[in-house]
Design a protein around this ligand. Structure first.
Ligand SMILES: [Zn+2]
Length: 198
């Protein structure tokens, strides 16, 4: 069985039960990297197969459940969501609900809550994953590399010592140690905990 959509335990193999595929909604932009999810189940990623080409995924995500949209936390004016095409495990984004392209056009309330959400994201990622460091930032405008340029979003990418190995460089594949739904649940739990503990 070489069909990449078929996880281990393909039908017909004695002693193995088929593992059901899980369709995964979410948000993000495909890039040149394949991603190798190391747990035994594979999620089928369908983020780019949207029926409406004009739909903005960052506007659509809040209408989904947390599980469907990979939403980690919801605030009054912004929310935090996992990237469907992560650079690293736990790669999330802080996004205003309002469809606005330019960070300079955020209202004071949006800008302040975005900053607070960035702080919470760092703390939740440290608590949940023991991240050693972070890359954070925004790509404003498609010329600057924004995949979804019409709706501003700030990336938070946790880093660990040794996380850059030969696989992304030579193999064109990122190795992600956890499935996105599991990562979302862990981060949402950590987010709740830091909110409660102060
Ligand atoms: Zn939007």
């Amino acid at each position: 069985m070489t069909d990449t959509t078929t996880p281990e335990g393909a039908p017909g193999e004695p002693g193995q039960r088929p593992v059901p595929l899980e369709e995964q909604s979410g948000v993000g932009m495909p890039d040149a990297f394949a991603r190798l999810y190391t747990p035994h189940r594979m999620a089928y990623i369908k983020g780019e197969n949207r029926t409406d080409d004009n739909a903005c995924p960052f506007c659509e995500i809040p209408s989904l459940t947390d599980e469907q949209g990979l939403v980690v936390a919801r605030g009054d004016t912004v929310y935090a969501v996992l990237n469907l095409y992560p650079y690293n495990a736990g790669h999330l984004m802080v996004v205003p609900y309002r469809h606005v392209a330019d960070y300079a056009d955020l209202t004071p309330d949006e800008a302040v809550e975005m900053a607070f959400f960035m702080q919470k994201a760092l703390r939740a990622l440290r608590l949940a994953s023991g991240a050693h460091g972070f890359n954070t930032g925004m790509n404003l405008g498609s010329i600057a590399g924004a995949g979804i340029a019409g709706h501003v979003h700030q990336h938070v990418v946790p880093r660990w010592g040794g996380d850059t190995n030969f696989m992304p460089v030579v193999g064109g594949t990122r190795v992600l140690p956890a499935l996105l739904p599991d990562t979302r649940a862990l981060l949402a739990e950590a987010w709740e905990k830091i909110a409660t503990d102060g």
